[in-house]
Ligand binder design. Structure first.
Ligand code: IPM
Ligand code: MG
Length: 575
């Protein structure tokens, strides 16, 4: 923007009131016209007569004011629809200063944003200047912004007022953005102070970076399923502007074949650095032939434990179109919509002591231990209560406190105490796990949020999968605690396993994997709308007849890739 400090030039009187911006530049001239070329249309309707000839009466057509740089105008100059193009047109015409008793507000602001000085003076002062401009042999005026003075053709001086910021912006050639950027140092200093005073209102800086997404397709049907997930991700990248740092690592048998280990150290480092892991499956009969040392540690359980992914969400919903393929009667599963919140890093899965020993008579004795602490129960219960608040407000907590009064009793007491202290608005019930298994097949629609420990959640989620028609339909999210950067590391996986019997045949159901990516959009990528689109696309594809063998009910089945095609086609139809 050109600086404005001091201007000397001819001043033209245009003492008409309410000069509309549409008169300054007719709107029809703005279509296709560019800044810098608008001067010839400025005041067009007044400068030219109907036959196209110049109107000699119009001041700006008169030789003394043809090259005017200053306009002395009437009340309410620049009123009307006020586009900044009016300022550009004046500029292109040569005008850099307008003096008037009052201006249209938006026009007035646009002037300062574009390097034109608009000066407000009382009407009598403007009138005097206009008369001088009309009478003087040489109608030259000087406008000095530094001293805030106008020198009239007669030599008389008139002082004017202007807000300091406007004056500074014009003198330095900075518009509002430029003026704000000038304060960069002050803004940063303020933010730094404020960050330490009120840390909670700031998102951690790291969350601004592109999320790192690691694909571990793993064993069995994992690679076929994840290949379809990959197509969905690519669609969101291409069509919805998703930005992710997408990586892939060999894991399980493929890693064994290539590197002689189920998981390389490099892969583990990628896992630690990832924000999101999209996991396929682990496990194969071929593991039996591997050296015991290679399979000693279950790599999935290791990830869950070491990344502390304690918060496992397993949503289960009836898909109406599949009601007839479920092993449960359609009227039993009608309208089910629940989430199993499963504790994933404690309990009997990880408890010590554990092991198998040989005893005196030569037979064996095996031990596993179920262990829970208050803190472990509290954090998973919080997740369930928070979820209930955005759903129906109901939580059913599952335990076996009648027979296991130690772990089961602690579970029940802790969940109840937390609810009473912090979530009194949530309706909490308790259910023994055996009863719960029965209720899940008797009347599953009674459940909304179901809170379970690690083992019970494993069992009950397989059982609940029949509500959705097939184990192949169910997604899961496993979330860790907020890290230093504020993000929760997360792993998304279908709850089905590696299904070695059908692996490699291209017939597996990719929906569990694809819906897991929908959970990822919602919980890790902050894209709930996109998550809903994807979930709706899955439902639409199935409603339109796409069926892999597991949900075909003996009818015609499509391939894994064809299910992917159908979901992508349905996505294309989303808003
Ligand atoms: C599940 C699976 C896992 C589990 C296995 C594969 C370790 O069954 O996620 O439900 O038991 O947790
Ligand atoms: Mg399971």
């Amino acid at each position: 923007m050109e600086k404005f400090i001091r201007l000397t030039g001819a001043a033209a009187p245009l003492m008409r009131n309410n000069v509309d911006t549409d008169v300054v530049i007719p709107i029809r001239r703005l279509i296709g016209a560019q800044r810098g070329t608008l001067g010839r249309y400025c005041f067009e309707a007044w400068r030219y007569r109907a036959d196209g000839s110049e109107d000699p009466e119009f001041p700006l057509n008169q030789p003394r004011w043809r090259s005017a740089r200053i306009l002395v105008a009437g009340d309410n100059f620049g009123c009307g629809s006020s586009r900044e193009a009016a300022v550009w047109a004046l500029q292109d015409f040569g005008i850099r200063c307008v003096i008037a008793p009052s201006f249209g507000d938006i026009f007035f602001n646009n002037c300062v944003q574009n390097g034109v000085l608009a000066i407000r003076l009382p009407m009598p002062a403007v009138q005097r200047l206009a008369e001088e401009a009309a009478r003087a042999d040489a109608p030259d005026m000087t406008v000095d912004l530094e001293t805030q003075r106008i020198t009239a053709p007669s030599g008389a001086a008139v002082a004017f007022d202007i807000e300091p910021e406007r004056r500074q912006g014009l003198m330095e050639g900075l518009d509002q953005i430029g003026m704000t950027l000038k304060l960069d140092a002050e803004i940063r200093a303020f933010q730094q102070r404020d960050r330490s005073d009120r840390p909670w209102i700031y998102r951690p800086e790291e969350t601004e970076t592109v999320p790192r997404v690691l694909i571990l397709a793993g064993d069995g049907i994992g690679p076929e399923v994840l290949a379809q997930v990959r197509r969905i991700i690519d669609w969101f990248i291409a069509r919805r502007g998703l930005t992710v740092d997408l990586r892939e690592e060999a894991f399980g048998l493929s890693a064994w074949r290539a590197h002689g280990t189920l998981m390389r150290e490099e892969t583990w480092n990628e896992i630690l650095a990832a924000d999101v892991i999209l996991f396929g499956a682990i496990g194969s009969p071929e593991y039996a032939a591997l050296p015991a040392e290679a399979t000693r540690v279950d790599q999935l359980l290791r990830m869950r434990k070491e990344l502390d992914l304690y918060d496992n969400l397993r949503p289960v919903r009836t898909i109406e179109a599949l009601a007839s393929t479920s092993s449960l009667r359609p009227e039993v599963i009608k309208g089910c919509d629940m989430v199993i919140v499963r504790e994933l890093t404690g309990g009997i899965y990880f408890g010590e002591p554990r092991g198998v020993e040989r005893v005196a008579d030569g037979s064996e004795r095996a031990v596993n231990t179920c262990v829970y602490t208050t803190a472990e129960i509290v954090r998973i219960a919080r997740s369930a209560f928070a979820l209930a608040r955005v759903r129906s407000g109901r939580v059913c907590s599952v335990d076996k406190a009648n027979v296991l009064p130690e772990t089961g009793g602690l579970w029940r007491r802790t969940v109840q105490a937390l609810r009473d202290a912090e979530y009194p608005d949530v309706d909490l019930s308790h259910m023994y796990v055996d009863n719960c298994a029965m209720q899940l097949v008797r009347n599953p629609a009674q459940f909304d949020v179901m809170l379970t420990d690690n083992l019970f959640g494993d069992i009950l989620s397989d059982c609940a999968s029949m509500i959705a028609g097939s184990l192949g339909m169910l997604p899961s999210a496993s979330l860790g605690p907020p890290r230093a950067d504020g993000r929760r590391q997360a792993l998304y996986e279908p709850i089905h396993g590696s299904a070695p019997d059908i692996a490699g045949k291209g017939i597996a159901n990719p929906v569990g994997g694809i819906l897991s990516f929908a959970l990822c959009l919602r919980h890790s990528l902050g894209l709930p709308q996109e998550a809903a689109w994807l979930e709706q696309a899955v439902e639409r594809a199935i409603a339109d007849g796409a069926r892999t063998a597991d949900i075909a009910g003996g009818g015609v089945a499509c391939s894994t890739a064809e299910m992917g095609d159908a979901i992508l086609a349905a996505l294309e139809r989303s808003p």
